[in-house]
Ligand binder design. Sequence first.
Ligand code: SF4
Length: 741
Amino acid sequence: MRTVERTVCDPNCHANPKCGLRATVENGRIVEIGPADYPIEGFENRICLLGRARLEQHEHPGRLTKPLKRVGARGAGEWEEITWTEAARLFVTTHKRIAAAHGERSVSFQQISGAYGLLTRNSPVRYASLTGATVIRPSGIDFGVAKGLEAMFGIPASTYFSPGGHSHDDAINSELTIIWGGNPAVTKRVDQVALRRARKAGTMLICIDPVQSETAKMSDEWISLRPGSDGALAWSLVHQLISTDRFDVEFVSTHTNLPFLLDAEAATVMCRDTEPLVWCAARNTAVPVSAASEPVLRVDRSLDGRRIVSVFSEIERLAAQFSADAAEQLTGVPADVIESLATRYIEADPAAIRIGYGVDRWYSADLSARAIAMLACLGGYIGIPGGGVSLEGGNQSLPIKTARFAMPGQRRPALLSMMEADSAVIDGTPYPVKMTCISLGNPFNQVKPNRNRVLTEHIAGLDFICVIDQFMTDTAKWADLVLPSCSIFEKDDVVVDRFVQLQQRIVEPVGEAKSDFEIFRLLAEEYGIGEHFSEPPDVYLDDILDGDSPQLVDVTMERLRREKVVFPWPTNDPYVGFRDRVFLTPSGRIEFFTEHLRAYGAELPYFREPIEASPEHPLFERFPLVLLSSHSRHRIHSTFANLEMTKRSEPEPVVRVSPRDARTRKIRDGEIVEVVNDRGRVAIRCAIDETIRDGCVLIREGHWIDDFIEGDPYGLTHDQHSPTTENYAHYDVLVELRRIP
Ligand code: SF4
């Protein structure tokens, strides 16, 4: 029998919408994958090579088919197949024993970013809520820029600024789009088409990146800067605009806290009856902001014996340190290029900025993001088509109520960031965590930095590790119990972004693999709370979709089962964040000055040198190269890295180095070299690549550990992190490249 079914691909590729897949099924086996139809125009042939590779992933001979219990030493690869009944008993007995000894919160659940189905992501959270356990919330990687934009605009970082950004198709409304530290030509597999279309229609693309990436090559201009100096470049552009009075006075006076007055000594916002004060030109005095007819931007004076300054004057003073010449020294970008960029940005009608994760993986990523976002505000480009600042593609927010499922009856899990969870395991602070259950990810590959410390301290500090996965990943190898999970074709779920799409079980699972929902239902039954997982998936999904949003009123599982995909919006116009100019900050304005970050010295987006990858760092003498580890087009982090398709395209990991850096080290193209620092070492083939900036090397992330000749690059990174980002600084790393004697 032959049928054609629709389902949806849902990895961490940030495609919006995730791509619908049309799967041809013959006699219970998928024989072909292709792009699915959508109910509206504009999404034809939407699939990338990884979507097509879903079939190879689904049928891969390495799929796990039975629960596995460790029988040898951890990491030795000795396993015993056990039944699901035995696996559930082992898990729950251990869970109860550890909770009794160390407290309910000492058992943690962590879902990384491997899939985005509502049930798949939230089943472990429901189980954790019901048992009083800990959930490790989004953090650790790709979170720094979102934290910075949260401070400025009030959009929670957990949304990755999606409600504040602009959809990719809005690029056509820009005269100029700056792609800052991102490589959408590789990472926005399907949405980058919108950028290409916009460029064809006349949008100028400028790419700011240390590396001449695929995106730099498709842009009108590439500006190469010293890695980690993004904040300095942004401040210099701010200086160019402010020092020449080329900015939107009305916008910043009305929608930002630039006019607010600060007590210069205390560095606090001055208020009257909790309302911020501004200097009123008409009355020549400080008045509550709601009473000011003409707020003055430049204020630096005394009032009642105190020196008062406006936020604007503080920004102007700080920006003055970043003249084009000074910024050239810091960033490596020629002064005339900085001046020209500022002019083109402010004269565009309008200009957009898209920030990528190249800005993100630094200790002070939040400060860099805030400095970059200041530009969009000075331009008055917020809330208008073709303008704005985006991290990922912006998206209409459907108020999906996952908490109804994830936190039943108001029961909530304890929450820790990834960093807090590390110290909970290693030091027992803020409380001990002794057991973890990891699903949807491979954090012992590259998400957790300083892999050698992960192996010696984090893994050693855990009494029990359970991993739920389709494959024996670099994380699963260190588990005590591995539970086999379903491919996207073997489970029922719903994926929500711009569309609401059904993910459906179109073939039976391989072996004894189960969906994440089924796994947690089994664990809940064993624990004695099975009544909370007893309904069929559609009942829970209906409950989640039953939100207050008018768009969701008619979206039910019954309808999704019939139509498979629903577009819940009245129009398909490009999405523009902040059209209503409503900002969810404490002041209701875009906050250049963020008072609650004063405790961290981050009330203003100061430029800070990278914490390690800087010529000023003592390690620079011995390790003068910055290690970059950007994405590959053939993987999403480590997902898909084990497929033949990937291995054909990228047969082995390589370290890319500029011709000059190779020459000074007498390294030949194709030679096996070592990349080292005091934390680790990897032996790897070298590729001399003229797109790499001098002073950097690049090893694309996501290769599995066994793919390296010796060692791995994930042990070269460090685990220092800023308290204001909840983000590891994966790029903020110094190394040296050497011939192997
Ligand atoms: S991996 Fe490719 S096919 Fe799948 S959702 Fe992302 S862009 Fe679409």
